[in-house]
Design a protein around this ligand. Structure first.
Ligand SMILES: Cc1cc2nc3c(=O)[nH]c(=O)nc-3n(C[C@H](O)[C@H](O)[C@H](O)COP(=O)(O)OP(=O)(O)OC[C@H]3O[C@@H](n4cnc5c(N)ncnc54)[C@H](O)[C@@H]3O)c2cc1C
Ligand SMILES: NC(=O)c1ccc[n+]([C@@H]2O[C@H](COP(=O)([O-])OP(=O)(O)OC[C@H]3O[C@@H](n4cnc5c(N)ncnc54)[C@H](OP(=O)(O)O)[C@@H]3O)[C@@H](O)[C@H]2O)c1
Length: 417
């Protein structure tokens, strides 16, 4: 894991945006070069974000772990698996750590619904008979319906479960044995990392840039809680900005990261010539900023790249507005879902049927799609099928096959999550 220092950060959205998005310049000057694979346009870095301090304390409070023990070194022995890391071989491990570090860095305590192993451990240690019965019912086949409702309804965290069943205080090691490992989160590079440098303290620094949209979900106690990864980024951005405002010139704040995915579809299929249509919504547009930067550096081909950007409202969430080079007006078209009549990006795909058909039928033409799979990704795919039906006189099934073949040929690239 590499500690990338935040070189700079800013909020890309304005007050009133439904989702807040932050930009980060991360200093990777010292990133070890041993792997041989460099950062790539369209690649994504991996980030190991910790759980929030207050959430960890809440769990330790509910377990009744005395404060003096929380940071005291302990010897951890595991019999198998990779935990407490997500790296290396499946094997027995032994290391010195602390209870707080284990809950902060190694186990997921909030981002997935309670599962049966957790309920069983809570039942085993519940001293109250009624609590134990409820927990056992949830684990049984008769209680399966209620269990499913519990998983699919509100987003329960481990601390909430411990609050709901206060008589159950399992030993920390039992709880850790049933929690899932805390997994890295991935963030697409929003710049061209090949030639991105800036100066600090008289030295040239190499930067990778990302945009992070904050995920929020309902929380029984706080009203709302942020996602593990995006919430961590938001807190770091706010700390950085507050330190700057307090007069600190270069606050020292780090992001634990690794090179992540540099052979994902966006990174693999990006080439710096040939006409490209880049279709994205929300923060899905971020990697395309790097595509356009790279393109503008390598050739004067502003007329060979087009961007369709789906946003909610240009007054508050048009991220990276004004950062697409001097031809932005010609290159980029925004589609607003909450201003005026409200449109989605796939409607513009239909309006641009001629352009879509020209690009996809050009030997080195490529169409990229990035954003959320549900809704946007599916909607754009449907619009592309309709374009092929209209322009190519194809039946629906033939049109689907057409895009499937273009996908296999690396000309139609959809990376959606
Ligand atoms: C290749 C790739 C590139 C990506 N690039 C970007 C990027 O450039 N920018 C960007 O912002 N994101 C990007 N993402 C998404 C990013 O990796 C994270 O998924 C995103 O930030 C959310 O992570 P989180 O830890 O903040 O949220 P999490 O804590 O993981 O929560 C995610 C969602 O899970 C649900 N949830 C939370 N708690 C519970 C619960 N207890 N029970 C049930 N459901 C729950 C909620 O709906 C919540 O929104 C990318 C993903 C991939 C795979
Ligand atoms: N490399 C990658 O794979 C990669 C990189 C970056 C981001 N991502 C993913 O991209 C997604 C971006 O999400 P976000 O949270 O920033 O934005 P978002 O919530 O998906 O919304 C962005 C825009 O899409 C609109 N939208 C909603 N439903 C739609 C539909 N059916 N068809 C078309 N547009 C629709 C929204 O409109 P309304 O709200 O008005 O309906 C809004 O204007 C995330 O899931 C992220 O993980 C992936």
């Amino acid at each position: 894991m590499f500690p990338a220092r935040i070189h700079d950060t800013r909020e890309l959205t304005r007050p009133g945006a439904e989702k807040r998005t932050y930009h980060f310049d991360l200093d990777v000057t010292q990133y070890p070069g041993e792997t041989g694979v460099d950062f790539k346009v369209g690649g994504a870095i991996g980030v190991m974000a910790p759980n929030e301090v207050s959430e960890v304390d809440e769990v330790l409070d509910r377990l009744g772990t005395p404060r003096v023990l929380r940071d005291r070194p302990i010897k951890l022995r595991t019999s198998r698996g990779r935990w407490p890391t997500v790296w290396g071989d499946d094997q027995a491990r032994e290391l010195i750590t602390t209870r707080r570090d284990l809950l902060t860095w190694c186990s997921d305590i909030q981002s997935y619904p309670p599962n049966k192993p957790l309920l069983r451990v809570l039942a085993e240690y519940a001293s109250d008979e009624n609590e134990r019965k409820i927990l056992m019912l949830l684990c049984s086949s008769e209680g399966h319906g209620i269990f499913c409702n519990l998983r699919n309804g509100v987003h329960l965290s481990v601390s909430q479960m411990l609050h709901a069943f206060p008589s159950s205080q399992p030993p920390l090691e039992m709880l850790l044995s049933v929690l899932q490992p805390l997994m890295p989160r991935f963030y697409s590079l929003s710049n061209d990392p090949h030639e991105s440098y800036s100066n600090r303290d008289g030295q040239q620094r190499r930067l990778v840039e990302i945009a992070v949209t904050v995920h929020e979900t309902c929380d029984w106690k706080k009203g709302c809680r942020t996602g593990v990864g995006s919430g961590f980024f938001e807190r770091q951005s706010r700390r950085f900005t507050a330190a700057r405002e307090a007069g600190e010139k270069a606050p020292e704040i780090y992001i634990p990261m690794f090179k992540g995915l540099m052979a994902n579809p966006l990174a693999r299929q990006f080439v710096s010539d040939g006409p490209m249509l880049l279709i994205g919504a929300g923060v899905g547009i971020a990697p395309f900023r790097g595509f356009v930067q790279r393109r503008l550096k390598t050739a004067n081909c502003a007329n060979k790249v087009w961007v369709l950007q789906g946003i909610r409202d240009s007054l508050v969430d048009e991220i990276y507005n004004g950062e697409w080079g001097i031809h932005e007006e010609e290159v980029k078209r925004i589609v607003e879902s909450r201003r005026g009549e409200g449109h989605y990006v796939q409607e513009e795909v239909r309006n641009q049927a001629d352009l879509v058909w020209y690009i996809i039928n050009t030997v080195d033409g490529r169409i990229f799609v990035c954003g959320s799979t549900k809704g946007m990704g599916e909607g754009v795919e449907e619009a592309l099928v309709e374009v092929a039906m209209q322009k190519g006189n194809l039946e629906r099934e033939e049109a689907r096959n057409f895009w499937q073949l273009k996908k296999e040929a690396g000309q139609y690239i959809a990376e959606t999550w």
